[in-house]
Ligand binder design. Structure first.
Ligand SMILES: [Zn+2]
Length: 297
């Protein structure tokens, strides 16, 4: 019998205010349900392909972890970072029926979701008095379904994804994308930021940068927000928690473990250079760190 540790937690939405050129800018963390993964999925056990086999053999799951979506009330317009999950994922056999048998098997043996319809992004927007129709831009860190399953709410908005992520997506589920999924595939420009070097400027003032944080997928990116007083990295699945980066603990699931190790080093080096709040999508403490301005150090 597979064991899920602990009871189902509730992750409350959070709202904070930062300064941008002296003006207030609100940031919201919205939790679109929870996911539990095999312990060997979150923390690598074994070398090479053995690490992936050990995920399937593992009978233990982590605690339920949040699936955060970040919303910035930026002067350029309302910007959403990743789009979270939707309730259809509860029935994985049906939801993934158009995907390959092997992918479905792997997925069903790695993750369990808990999402109710009222936790989907449209309801979460209402809970912070925003309208999802007012969103101007959606930025995706990568194309895994717990980051793309809210795309159905954005039929007309511009959607940004890395060109490399789009070309070399790994373990993505294209059958779950909306029918007219035509993202703007962006490439990084050189000499835009310390440590990471390359970045794609998302906003006109270049205060929001799309930066390379590969490893989890080959083309994975994070979003760096340079506010007046500190920086914030919305880091997708670069790691599953801040602790993992600090302890140099690799996840079991990685397209390239060496790239992830280098990404961890870049994150630590950048956070030494600048006061930075580091926010992975599935970090239980990310909401609190955003609220309390807790920097990675
Ligand atoms: Zn992922």
């Amino acid at each position: 019998m597979e064991q899920i540790q602990g009871i189902l937690p509730t992750f409350k939405n959070v709202t904070t205010t930062v300064k941008l050129k002296g003006k207030d800018v609100k940031i919201h963390g919205l939790c679109t349900g929870c996911v539990a993964v095999k312990t060997n999925f979150k923390k690598k056990k074994g070398i090479g392909e053995l690490a992936k086999l050990n995920i399937l053999l593992d009978k233990n799951y982590t605690n339920y972890l949040p699936i955060w979506v970040w919303v910035i009330e930026h002067p350029d317009g309302l910007i959403v970072i990743d789009t979270g999950e939707n309730a259809q994922v509860a029935d994985l056999d049906k939801y993934l029926e158009k995907e390959s048998w092997f992918l479905r098997f792997q997925f069903k043996n790695a993750a369990k979701f808990q999402i109710q319809e009222k936790q989907e992004l449209n309801h979460q927007f209402s809970s912070v008095n925003l309208s999802i129709d007012d969103v101007k831009l959606v930025v995706l860190t990568h194309l895994h379904l717990d980051h793309t399953d809210g795309l159905k709410f954005f039929p007309k908005q511009e959607i940004i994804v890395g060109d490399l992520e789009y070309k070399r997506a790994d373990s993505n589920m294209p059958s779950t994308y909306p029918k007219r999924f035509k993202p703007n595939k962006v490439t990084y420009q050189n000499d835009k930021i310390e440590i990471f070097n390359k970045a794609y400027p998302i906003t006109s003032n270049e205060d929001l940068l799309y930066i390379p944080t590969p490893g989890h997928t080959i083309g994975h990116s994070s979003i760096l927000f340079k506010t007046d007083n500190f920086d914030i990295i919305f880091s997708g699945d670069s790691s599953y928690s801040q602790e993992q980066v600090l302890m140099n603990e690799l996840a079991g699931v990685n397209a390239d473990y060496k790239l992830t190790a280098k990404t961890y080093q870049n994150i630590v080096d950048y956070c030494r250079l600048r006061k930075t709040i580091y926010l992975p999508t599935h970090d239980e403490n990310a909401g609190q760190r955003l609220l309390n301005n807790t920097f990675l150090s």
